[in-house]
Design a protein. Structure first.
Length: 732
């Protein structure tokens, strides 16, 4: 497979997550708008209604916190969308000044130091430069400039703040026209940053014209260095145009014409005098990059604190995904005179590699030694990167997406809590005059729900409480079991004799006993894999009974007026709606909603004996490998024995499970019977229902209570329902 095809396949796999991220952003925007509508309604209602209790409840709703949480999640999902929707694979080069990043990029791209300045042992790169492969194109660049305001905000004022200088300029012209304040402190870092201000102040006439440019400006190949470098080709620091540049994009044709959709990012080396470079490195790695290459040239003393500091800065770029999982360390081996004055350093490279692997202060996927000036070697490193991305990028993307999913879940939980509080704003307890009417309605509710639940219990009651004698709903279980047995018989997993012979050829002569044992394990596992279909049938059966329980409340009483949710979702709603102070009611709904049956919980252990003959330690002796038998005869014997053992196991499974066909109805009945005990039959059930219904009487019996705020409550509930519907997301 060519590199271009490999890269294209990797990018294609990201499309579903890009689409899901885009949908999530749309839903977040819609959710924000609906919450805003709710706030406007709250403010308008507070001005119109006279009920002081409702006004106080409405004022207790803190919309600002919800807005902030939505925006926080939106920021994370935007980063995910940007990552998954990229049309290229992007590799960043990170290193301190003079380590060989630019020479490595030259080797990969075919560009020269006229476009990718290297500056020898002197730092040279001044701005972030993104280089894209475009087949059959003349090399050109696009420059994005600061305007006068952004230049002041990003290139001048931060230095005044950091250095503690007085008389901050109010405008760029103010900065140019006024003398620089004197330094209050000393030190190499302070002097370097003050030197940056001096450079901007003294050389204004050399760069001022570019602050008026419209971005992006297209430039020819020969002009690229002027906008990315701090030094000219003789390493003289007499270029100042880069000061006005935010970033440069270069488009060219790479020597390896099969690299496809790939981008390289050359980040300014740490050691510059630019205050914001550390943050720019974090931002680029966190938002623009799929893989990072740390470039380090061992020379003299190796791995100083500055090198560890650079790694820590990069590792902070994406806290959700440690850079150890998406980076290599490239130790730049000097083979020839690639850098004037630096001797061959292979021994230092090996020493550094061992220290990195032993210390684990710098953690990367791999540490490679490579001559960054050699085109073939650089191409080999690129192949290693692509191999790594092909194998692991999907896992990295899923891991990163899971962070977004967790944040969405947290937002949903916070918003549900907010909505539940908002719903209570119009929950007006009956007045003294209305109390008699409430008691009448309460008695009717308790009478109706008790009657309906008792009727349901009679409908689902098993024929016998002994599982071996119970035939209630046995037809359901028999149908599910028959479907399972058909699958087991149609898809046996039993090999053909050709399969057995091929495996024997792969393993070697005399391997038939081991092959037979491995097939026993495989067939036993294969039978178990079919049991997932049982889970589907059991879930359908359990949910049908939960549906009937929910209908007792929503269809036979007025409790359904609390929410539009029905079925099992109504049970979940009640488990969340009932306050913690009413734990017996809350727990009853929660346990019934969570109740489920499954193969692993209810039936897995029941088929152990039926499968015991498919264990090698029990049936391995059935295979005869006498010397007078040919390989073909032994292979046929293996197939025949496996067929017989498989058929026997299926028959035993059928016999074992048929005995327990009454178990689902017994288990469901027990769950519902306990539920009815807790919410109807228990000693304090009436008192708990009385408190719960009284607080929500205006929602449940809206025609009887809270008539003075009927229209306001109607609008409020409609908006809350919109918020509930908007608070549903598909995971990324």
């Amino acid at each position: 497979m060519s590199r271009a095809t490999q890269i294209s396949n990797i990018i294609e796999k990201r499309k579903p997550q890009a689409e899901n991220s885009s949908l999530a952003l749309e839903k977040l925007d819609s959710l924000f708008s609906i919450v805003k509508e709710l706030e406007v309604c709250r403010d308008r209602t507070c001005q119109r209604i006279e009920d002081i209790f409702i006004r106080e409840k409405l004022k207790e709703l803190h919309f600002e916190k919800i807005y902030e949480k939505i925006r926080d999640v939106e920021y994370i999902i935007q980063r995910l969308y940007k990552r998954f929707s990229r049309k290229t694979l992007t590799i960043a080069f990170v290193g301190r000044a003079g380590q060989g990043k630019s020479r490595f990029i030259q080797s990969l791209t075919g560009l020269t130091k006229a476009e990718v300045p290297d500056g020898g042992i002197e730092n040279c790169t001044g701005v972030k430069c993104t280089i894209s492969h475009v087949p059959e194109t003349e090399t050109y660049g696009e420059v994005y400039f600061h305007n006068r305001d952004s230049f002041l905000e990003q290139n001048i004022l931060p230095y005044y703040e950091f250095l503690g200088l007085e008389n901050k300029p109010n405008s760029l012209q103010d900065f140019i026209d006024s003398p620089l304040p004197e330094m209050k402190t000393s030190g190499s870092e302070v002097e370097a940053y003050y030197g940056h201000l001096q450079k901007c102040h003294q050389n204004y006439t050399n760069y001022q014209e570019f602050l008026q440019e419209v971005s992006p400006r297209r430039i020819a190949r020969g002009d690229i260095r002027q906008f990315v470098a701090q030094t000219d080709e003789n390493n003289q620091r007499n270029l100042f145009s880069y000061l006005t540049v935010k970033e440069v994009n270069v488009f060219c044709t790479f020597p390896q014409d099969d690299v496809g959709q790939i981008q390289l990012i050359d980040l300014p080396g740490l050691g510059d005098t630019v205050l914001g470079d550390k943050e720019r490195i974090r931002q680029s790695l966190g938002q623009d990059v799929d893989f990072a290459l740390f470039i380090y040239m061992p020379q003299g003393r190796i791995l100083q604190e500055g090198d560890y500091k650079l790694y820590d800065i990069a590792n902070d770029a994406l806290t959700e995904l440690p850079i150890a999982k998406w980076s290599f360390m490239i130790l730049n081996q000097v083979v020839s005179s690639q850098a004037e004055g630096i001797a061959t350093n292979l021994s230092l490279c090996n020493t550094t590699k061992k220290r990195i692997e032993d210390e684990q202060r710098i953690k990367v996927r791999a540490c490679l030694i490579a001559d960054c000036a050699n085109k073939e070697v650089a191409g080999g490193v690129l192949d290693e990167v692509l191999k790594e991305l092909d194998e692991n990028l999907r896992n990295l993307d899923n891991e990163y997406a899971s962070v977004g999913n967790i944040e969405i879940k947290n937002l949903q939980a916070d918003l549900n809590q907010f909505i539940n509080k908002a719903k209570q704003a119009f929950s007006v307890a009956p007045t003294l005059d209305e109390t008699r009417n409430f008691r009448r309605l309460f008695e009717s509710f308790t009478r109706d729900i008790t009657k309906e639940l008792r009727t349901l219990l009679r409908q689902i009651e098993p024929m016998n409480l002994d599982v071996l004698e119970n035939d209630k709903d046995a037809d359901f279980f028999r149908a599910t079991l028959n479907q399972l047995l058909v699958k087991c018989n149609e898809n046996t997993g039993i090999p053909t004799k050709e399969d057995v012979l091929n495996r024997e050829m792969d393993i070697g002569t005399g391997a038939f006993p081991a092959i037979f044992a491995s097939y026993l394990d495989e067939i036993r596992t294969h039978i178990r894999s079919h049991f997932s279909s049982v889970d589907n049938g059991l879930k359908e059966y359990v949910d049908s009974v939960k549906q009937k329980v929910a209908e007792c409340f929503t269809e036979k009483t007025e409790l359904g007026n609390l929410t539009p949710l029905r079925g099992t979702e109504f049970l979940k709603f009640m488990a969340e709606e009932i306050p913690a102070s009413e734990q017996s009611l809350k727990g009853a709904f929660s346990r019934l909603y969570s109740f489920e049956m499954s193969y692993r919980t209810n039936f897995q252990y029941r088929i152990l004996k039926a499968l015991e003959d498919l264990h090698p330690n029990r049936s391995a002796k059935l295979l005869s490998t006498r010397n007078d038998k040919t390989d073909l005869q032994i292979a046929e014997s293996i197939c025949n024995i496996l067929q017989a053992l498989h058929q026997s196991a299926i028959c035993n499974i059928e016999e074992a499970l048929e005995k327990f066909q009454g178990e689902p109805s017994l288990a469901v009945y027990a769950a519902v019977d306990e539920f009815v005990d807790e919410i109807v039959r228990s000693r304090k059930a009436r008192d708990r229902w009385y408190d719960f219904l009284r607080e929500r009487s205006s929602q449940i019996w809206s025609d009887e209570f809270g008539q003075k705020v009927k229209e306001e409550r109607k609008e409020w509930i409609q908006l809350i329902d919109k918020a509930i519907n908007a608070n549903r997301f598909d995971f990324i």
